[in-house]
Design a protein around this ligand. Structure first.
Ligand code: CTP
Ligand code: ZN
Length: 154
């Protein structure tokens, strides 16, 4: 008999699946889901056995859609995550997140003197340099940011 842990299906909402094991809490934090969120039900699986990557995290959020900037942030935390939109128990749309070639307005440059940190209306803009390991470069001051720095600034 199969001995897998099943998280209940949801009726309407968003499933973020195939998150690298241990990264779900960071994803929740960028989605601003915390003890004060009282408008939707959330199920979280951390280090759930998965055939694809041996262990994975899963987040299911009832009655919530993700904005583009949120999906872009998730791609920086969990580049292999898949997003499923569920309507009346059926998956109506499913896609894998994709690291954008240009990352605009979602990461704060690590250089305190960068114009994006000094002049308020200038929004940050980075170019993707490498996916694994994750490296992005500021289009203004040309400073590279590592995965650790990126995660710390989201
Ligand atoms: N799901 C859910 N509630 C539903 C329908 C689907 O929570 N009413 C979840 C599934 O548990 C899965 C994801 O949404 O985590 C994608 O659903 P589906 O494509 O049906 O699952 P699988 O074929 O198992 O997907 P994968 O190969 O991506 O694991
Ligand atoms: Zn910069």
């Amino acid at each position: 008999m199969e001995q897998t842990l099943k998280i209940s299906k949801i009726k309407d909402g968003t499933v973020i699946d195939h998150i690298a094991a241990g990264k779900a809490l960071k994803v929740l934090s960028i989605l601003k889901i915390d003890e004060k969120s009282n408008n939707y039900s959330v199920s979280i699986g951390i280090r759930v056995p998965s055939s694809k990557m041996s262990y994975k995290d899963v987040i299911k959020i009832e009655n919530r859609n993700l904005e583009k900037f949120e999906v872009d942030k998730i791609s920086l935390i969990a580049p292999d995550a898949s997003i499923s939109i569920v309507k009346d128990y059926e998956v109506t749309q499913k896609y894998t997140v994709e690291l954008p070639a240009r990352i605009v307005g979602i990461v704060k440059c690590h250089n305190a003197n960068c114009i994006t940190n000094v002049k308020e209306p200038v929004s940050s803009e980075f170019t993707l340099v490498s996916k694994k390991p994750l490296v992005i470069r500021c289009n203004f001051c040309e400073r590279n940011m590592s995965e650790r720095e990126i995660l710390g600034s989201l």
